[in-house]
Design a protein around this ligand. Structure first.
Ligand code: SF4
Length: 243
């Protein structure tokens, strides 16, 4: 497992509102305070579009954080690398440490066995969040992070309670570790997520991530007369994007 890329830079805090540093457009956001007033956070990131706003919001509030990329659910590997590389690119732009926890695909498929036909937001997704957060919590425990959180909940396609329950469950075995269940959508977070994605021209994935969500999304698209998903095609802020 490669280590962090380097120390974060330009962290600062403000009394009421904070502005993200080094941005061409500036956003005003409430100042964030992690649980217990802690400043050191491990951020589980699922992709660049979802984590862009979370990253800039924490930077603007002076929260010291490291990105933890562990997403063995993403299929196929080409899509996994597209999503990861976008996240690395944005982390490097901000000087944020990035931990690449590698592509643990075989273990994901082993845990998903028997859940191949479960719907999104069902028990397969609970397993998927549990697995990703368990590894995040272990890394947090072993590396002195008192708080962990995730970008997963910012997506309007996700069930935030399901995600938060998984996060709390993963952190529970470790004394002194808490899961930060902040609602990243509120206060304009959802809109900023799209604005940042367009500004950065992030790769836009068109399905949740696993092979089963790819299958089901394609089936839905074909049944409604749309083309099947083409990997690596859509980028925010470019003509091919469909929102
Ligand atoms: S649909 Fe998404 S959250 Fe659910 S199992 Fe697949 S990749 Fe994981």
């Amino acid at each position: 497992m490669p280590g962090p890329h380097g120390p974060p830079k330009n962290w600062k805090s403000g009394p009421i509102f904070a502005k993200a540093p080094r941005m061409s457009e500036e956003f005003e956001r409430p100042v964030l305070t992690p649980p217990g007033g802690e400043k050191k956070v491990l951020l589980h990131s699922c992709c660049a579009p979802c984590s862009g706003e979370v990253m800039e919001a924490m930077l603007a509030s002076g929260v010291e954080y490291t990105i933890f990329f562990y997403n063995p659910n993403i299929h196929p590997k080409r899509e996994y690398l597209l999503r990861k590389d976008e996240n690395v690119r944005f982390a490097e732009k901000h000087g944020v440490p990035f931990v690449d926890a590698d592509y643990d695909r075989d273990n994901w498929f082993a845990r998903a066995k028997g859940m191949e036909h479960e719907p999104e937001r069902g028990i397969r997704c609970t397993m998927c969040f549990d697995m990703r957060f368990e590894r995040t919590a272990l890394y947090a425990h072993e590396n002195g992070f008192p708080v962990m959180t995730s970008s997963l909940g910012i997506s309007r396609w996700k069930n935030m309670k399901q995600i938060n329950d998984c996060g709390v469950r993963a952190a529970a075995p470790y004394e002194g570790l808490s899961y930060w269940d902040y609602n990243w959508r509120k206060g304009g977070g959802s809109a900023r997520m799209i604005e940042i994605s367009k500004r950065e021209e992030f790769y836009q994935q068109e399905y949740c991530g696993c092979v089963y969500s790819l299958r089901d999304t394609n089936e839905h698209r074909v049944s409604t007369g749309r083309e099947r998903i083409v990997l690596g095609q859509n980028y925010y802020g470019k003509d091919t994007v469909s929102e």
